[in-house]
Ligand binder design. Structure first.
Ligand code: ATP
Length: 578
């Protein structure tokens, strides 16, 4: 498929008039097709949706607000924008500080001095309002989506719901059927509002759906059914985020590190295939960085003293401050005098001066030192590829494959499945030590014990090494070498920080320096803004590239085929191992 990818951008060779005519009409066809293809990339914080012909997608908060009656007696659900972090392990901050001192050769200003400075700061009221208003709900819409939902007054009669949590469908708060109904309402409204396509015309459009690398089979089935059956798209292709990310950058082989709002997913992709054993997902991301930053700002006498991240507007302010001030440039540790604006719908804006110390680096570094997050659920926060539980619609499921695979494949698969099941807490009887033994053993098989086994959350640098070391064997470890020399960071949460490439590169080098792969250390390269694209849109872009590839034309499943053959046809056409 990579060759085809190159072909799409290759200039046409001059030929006869007929050839040129044919080429012209091919291009016209392709453009027409692209304008009739909608790419959907849902995430924990944002939904990206747009036509394949668009240079970039519309990106809206992936949230829906349902109206409820004022008489409702039970408390309204208030899904928090940021997860709480009450157990930060502050000893980890000392480790981060040691690294900063070593790298910057500078003295770090103690947080108490910064706090003293901030204690003196007073806000200034600006004469102009912020221009924001609460969403007008006077006409009592049944539901609202995106920014309209996010900016509903908290006292208004609406319940907010984020359908994706930690990168997966949020089935903790709702049944799968109810959740899919929410997605139907949300996606249809987004397509009508932002792409100006009435749902009555959706049958003229094809859809590309991006799913997580580690997906739940049943969820994918529900989503296909939603798009083809319920919404009525004419046909559909489903593909994994990491592979689409490589298409989006025009890179054929990379270790893709996708750090989003609530999840970090790592996978080694080679020519359009994400290697199963290299996939790892941890429930940590940008939302954790925001929480750590909020904590550190409070410790440093944050001048907006009543800030409370349980409040939606304050949580959004914290996100904005993180995106504006945080970075991963380890040489920038000197305190800086900055200012920020506090905006609230219908109120005058306030301008606050603030002194920022090196908490602006400590917060993003928490993803390299995840112990800092103090996650109590850290074992259930690590996920590996899941076994296909099988489905009666699909005769060639894992059970069939298990019966037909070789002895060696059998041994490997059973070991891996046991370890993955344990880490995912599916196998509750398994004791902690057994579990660690299994995972270590599984891990030793390929890694020779050079990196700790990911039975709990580990730093992103270590997770990258774990993933690459699990690549299939190749001549003189050529594949691993290629992965180390192309670590592609996508997703909005890490790739946007200045200095991330150098910092991550140094950390990965350090991780492998004392391992059998130390000869590859000098070749480690990290790319965070491939082709100057917004890293949170790279995978979406790849979805649009995929929809135009010649080689992908055989992957489409039509509505009729889905209705007639169900999962069987999906397995046949699926561009990844189902
Ligand atoms: N300029 C920036 N600097 C730092 N962080 C940023 C920046 N822009 C966006 N982010 C962060 O990126 C995160 C959103 O990234 P992304 O859109 O890739 O996540 P998502 O796909 O919605 O979530 P997930 O991958 O967890 O399902 C948010 O935490 C946001 O604060």
């Amino acid at each position: 498929m990579s060759n085809t990818l190159d072909n799409t951008s290759a200039p046409s060779s001059p030929g006869s008039k007929n050839d040129q005519k044919e080429e012209h009409s091919n291009i016209e066809n392709l453009t027409l097709q692209a304008s009739k293809t909608i790419i959907l990339h849902p995430g924990s914080s944002h939904l990206r949706v747009g036509r394949a012909s668009d240079p970039r997608p519309v990106m809206i908060p992936h949230v829906i607000a349902w109206r409820h009656s004022k008489q409702k007696t039970h408390p309204r659900s208030r899904m928090k924008l940021l997860r709480s972090c009450d157990n930060l392990d502050l000893d980890e901050l000392n480790r981060i500080d040691d690294t900063l001192r070593e790298q910057s050769n500078a003295n770090l200003t103690p947080w108490k001095s910064i706090a003293k400075e901030n204690g003196k700061k007073r806000q200034e009221t600006l004469q102009e309002g912020c221009g924001w208003t609460w969403t007008d709900t006077n006409h009592k819409p049944e539901f609202l989506i995106g920014d309209d939902a996010l900016y509903i007054d908290e006292n208004d009669s609406y319940d907010l719901f984020w359908p994706i949590v930690n990168g997966q469908l949020n089935t903790v708060s709702k049944s799968l059927t109810a959740l899919v109904a929410d997605l139907h309402a949300l996606w249809a409204k987004a397509i009508e509002t932002f792409l100006c396509i009435p749902m009555k015309d959706i049958g003229k459009y094809r859809a590309v759906l991006l799913i997580p690398d580690i997906y739940i089979h049943q969820h994918v089935k529900y989503l296909i059914d939603l798009l083809l059956n319920e919404m009525g798209f004419s046909s559909l292709v489903v593909h994994q985020e990491s592979v689409c990310a490589t298409y989006g950058c025009g890179i054929s082989t990379a270790c893709v590190v996708d750090v989003g709002h609530q999840k970090t997913s790592i996978s080694c992709v080679e020519d359009g295939i994400s290697h199963n054993n290299t996939r790892l997902c941890m429930d940590i991301g940008g939302s954790d960085i925001t929480q750590v930053f909020a904590f550190l700002l409070h410790r440093n006498s944050f001048p907006y003293r009543s800030c409370n991240t349980e409040d939606r507007m304050d949580a959004l302010l914290m996100e904005e401050l993180k995106e504006t001030f945080c970075h991963m440039d380890l040489h920038r540790v000197i305190p800086e005098l900055q200012e920020f604006h506090l905006r609230r719908p219908g109120q005058l804006s306030l301008m606050y001066p603030i002194t920022l110390g090196h908490e602006t680096i400590q917060a993003p570094m928490s993803l390299l030192y995840p112990k800092l997050l103090g996650r109590k659920d850290e074992i259930s926060c690590v996920h590996f590829s899941k076994r296909n539980p099988g489905n009666c619609e699909d005769p060639f499921d894992d059970t069939y494959l298990a019966l037909t695979r070789t002895k060696q494949e059998e041994a490997w698969a059973s070991k891996r499945e046991k370890a993955a099941a344990a880490v995912n807490n599916d196998s509750i009887e398994m004791k902690q030590e057994d579990m660690e033994d299994e995972i270590s053993q599984n891990y030793r098989d390929t890694v020779e014990n050079s990196v700790p086994a990911p039975a709990h959350i580990i730093g992103i640098d270590q997770a990258i090494v774990w993933s690459i070391e699990n690549c299939p064997a190749s001549y003189e470890d050529e594949l691993k070498r290629r992965m180390y020399s192309c670590i592609l960071v996508v997703g909005g949460a890490l790739a946007n920080f200045s200095g991330v490439e150098n910092t991550l590169k140094a950390r990965v080098r350090e991780c492998i320096n004392n391992s059998p792969q130390s000869n590859m250390a000098s070749q480690v390269e990290v790319i965070s803004k491939a082709k100057d694209q917004d890293p949170s849109m790279v995978a979406w872009k790849g979805g649009s590239v995929l929809s135009c590839l010649d080689g992908a034309q055989g992957l489409w499943i039509t509505r009729e085929e889905w209705i007639t053959h169900g999962l069987r046809i999906f397995r046949e056409r699926c561009p990844f191992v189902w």
